[in-house]
Design a protein around this ligand. Sequence first.
Ligand SMILES: CC(C)(COP(=O)(O)OP(=O)(O)OC[C@H]1O[C@@H](n2cnc3c(N)ncnc32)[C@H](O)[C@@H]1OP(=O)(O)O)[C@@H](O)C(=O)NCCC(=O)NCCS
Length: 305
Amino acid sequence: MCMKMESPPSVCSDPGCPVLSGGVTGMTVGVWAIPLHQRPDLLEPCADLVNSEWQRSHGARVHALQKSCQEFPVALVLLQGSGNRDGGDGETLLGHVRLSRVVSRPGSLFVESVVVSKAQRGKGYGRTLMQETECYAKARGFRRLCLTTHDKQHFYAHLGYVLSMPVQNAGVMASFMPMEVLERFSKLPGTDDTQGEVQGGPPPPSPPQIPPSFIGPAPSPLPPPLPPTHPSSLPTPPPLLLPPSALSCHPPPSPPSGLPPPPSIPPPPPPPPPQCPARLVFQTLEETPYRDAKGVPIFWMHKDI
Ligand SMILES: CC(C)(COP(=O)(O)OP(=O)(O)OC[C@H]1O[C@@H](n2cnc3c(N)ncnc32)[C@H](O)[C@@H]1OP(=O)(O)O)[C@@H](O)C(=O)NCCC(=O)NCCS
């Protein structure tokens, strides 16, 4: 249970948050997250942390992290220590995550650059980092976290994320361009603008449960699903959970019949030409139809919080 307390200055005010721990004679020792723009002294170490995973010049990284601001993008840092807002002895920088707005999805945030320092991995801090991120997003009225990953889809699935469709990350553009302008220029075909997502409002009604393997429609800017090149090396796809007709543009064949229809009944009118407004996309945690800008397979995931 996360206690409401002055210090450490966790981003989380949710009494159900499991992040903070312990306390010794008034001095709380724990793990918490804080927006980087509230701790500019951590810019340099944070740049080193992110660069230890994704190499970039130190100056460019600091510059990017300096963009963290209340209006997004927000860089959150995960800290362990005595809870002194201004830093201090014994404080350890454990992790980093960046949050951006999502175009046309006012209730969603895009999560990226999730990293735990190499020395601290495998100790539960990745989970804590994502929990704190959820707390922060929830406290600011957001209801969904979206992300992409090349190879950590099992980690995220373990934390409750599910496979989903692509969204558009507003990135730093949202900090200098009104969202309405971004939305006008950045539309993913087939996406619904409303989706019931209202920042600060009640959560949207749950959509009908779609089997996770079938997500549609596929956005046209992305390359179509690639046929498996080595079928034998791929896992067997799960059984189809939708009737085959739902996956086809063509009408189902007529059931065989031994007798012709009685002459008095006129033949039914020909079916309308098939329309395929949405192409269903097959994806699993092992196989994704999506590719990044370099053509590398990428998994899209989200979690409703
Ligand atoms: C991914 C990363 C953030 C995970 O952090 P971590 O501190 O090692 O993870 P945790 O110890 O908190 O693990 C939390 C849970 O996830 C599980 N888990 C961790 N990594 C996993 C993986 N790759 N696949 C499946 N499960 C995983 C753990 O077993 C643990 O399960 P449990 O709580 O039931 O015991 C960390 O490995 C990292 O920084 N990697 C490099 C950067 C990176 O790839 N980031 C992701 C970009 S999309």
